[in-house]
Design a protein around this ligand. Structure first.
Ligand SMILES: *Cc1c(COP(=O)(O)O)cnc(C)c1O
Length: 371
């Protein structure tokens, strides 16, 4: 049996009758740039994220880059983040003019360790960028307290966490709600994927929202007048229409992912070579990835592949050990939890359309490997 890591064709077949007319309506209107679907999507995603403003942009990368640019970082300004993430988290810090400062993760959740954040603060620290990795929120209440005490803004990398939430003081708080700003990605493989690139910034700070809107349009609030140098980072109306058509399904898709995750976790419970992901009791995980820690990871990956089962290693090299950051002087052994995770993690298929037969097949194949 074939079990791909992700099957976007299965999703397409289920929703094409809703998405194709929405695309056709944009084509009929010929309003390809900043058409009415864009502000509608901005409002809907902001509402979902518990924020007052949504600013659509060209990618999840830009959804981090522009809020970081709005910090006006100068040479030597430090931004504390996790090395166990997709490259864009730190690449955008660099491209916004800052210096990424990498601190280690909590081994259970794979998210940035707030105690390590606190220990890394210096007089040059300007911001903190946590990542809600795999769809589970970082400890925002602790990071928020650290940030407030030192007046450091938190920019959430929420690319993998749209609709994820965390119970804080008995109240649900959304990914994107508690940071100064947050960035979401609509890359096709994300939980809410466009049919191309796309991203969304959210914030509840009206002045920041205005600045982000300006930065996405070459730094000019008024056409042909430029207060600062921005860029062109708009979301196509076509992509906004696709995303608006898909958005009503997001909740049930995330619920399906959670169901599949619970199934795997039960089915793997008696297998000592495989450690299922730990969900922090405060979190509602959206399982962008279902990521286990395993023994003989690379062999298991090859075995699954040979049996037609897709899996992936997110991420094989932590960012503090990437050649492009060698000038920062991190050596192997410096951030041991991130380095250990890079050697042990494997993400299994968890997309909503998986069948019971496919789930059983993944489990049986893993069991067969360790038997
Ligand atoms: C996908 C992703 C991004 C970047 O999003 P793009 O839309 O691909 O530019 C940033 N951070 C994380 C953690 C991601 O997973």
């Amino acid at each position: 049996m074939n079990v791909p890591l992700l099957d976007l064709v299965a999703q397409y077949r289920a929703i094409k009758d809703e998405v194709l007319p929405a695309i056709q309506a944009v084509i009929e209107s010929q309003q390809f740039v900043m058409g009415p679907a864009v502000p509608r999507l901005e409002a809907a995603v902001a509402r979902l994220a518990g924020a007052t403003h949504g600013i659509a942009c060209a990618s999840g990368t830009d959804a981090l880059l522009l809020p970081l640019k709005a910090l006006d970082l100068g040479p030597g300004d430090e931004v504390i983040t996790t090395p166990f993430t997709f490259f864009a988290t730190a690449g955008t810090i660099h491209n916004a003019g800052g210096t990424p400062v990498f601190v280690d993760i909590e081994p259970d959740t794979f998210n940035i360790d707030p105690a390590a954040v606190e220990a890394a603060i210096t007089p040059r620290t300007r911001a903190i960028v946590p990542v809600h990795l795999y769809g589970q929120m970082a400890a925002m209440e602790r990071l928020g307290a650290i940030g407030r005490a030192r007046d450091l803004p938190i920019i959430e990398d929420a690319a993998q966490a749209i609709g994820a939430r965390r119970s804080i003081d008995g109240q649900w708080r959304m990914a994107g709600e508690l940071g100064r700003a947050a960035g979401f990605s609509f890359f096709p493989s994300k939980n809410l994927g466009a049919w191309g690139d796309g991203g969304m910034m959210v914030t509840s700070d009206a002045a920041l929202a205005e600045r982000l809107r300006t930065l996405r349009l070459h730094g000019g609030a008024k056409q042909y007048h430029h207060d600062e140098v921005g860029t062109n980072s708009r979301l196509d109306t076509l992509q906004a229409a696709v995303l608006l058509a898909k958005l009503p399904h997001l909740g049930s898709w995330s619920a399906k992912r959670r169901e599949h995750a619970a199934f795997y976790t039960r089915a793997l419970a008696d297998l000592p070579a495989v450690r299922p992901p730990v969900v922090d009791a405060a979190n509602e995980h959206i399982f962008h990835q279902y990521t286990v820690r395993v023994e003989r990871r690379d062999e298991l990956y090859a075995h699954l592949k040979s049996q037609g089962i897709g899996s992936a290693i997110y991420y094989p090299v932590p960012l503090h050990l990437q050649p492009c950051f060698s000038h920062l002087g991190y050596r192997p052994g410096r951030l041991p939890e991130s380095e250990r995770a890079s050697g042990e993690v494997l993400s299994l298929p968890v997309y909503p359309e998986l069948t019971r037969g496919q789930l059983d097949c993944v489990i049986e194949t893993i069991r067969g490997f360790y038997r």
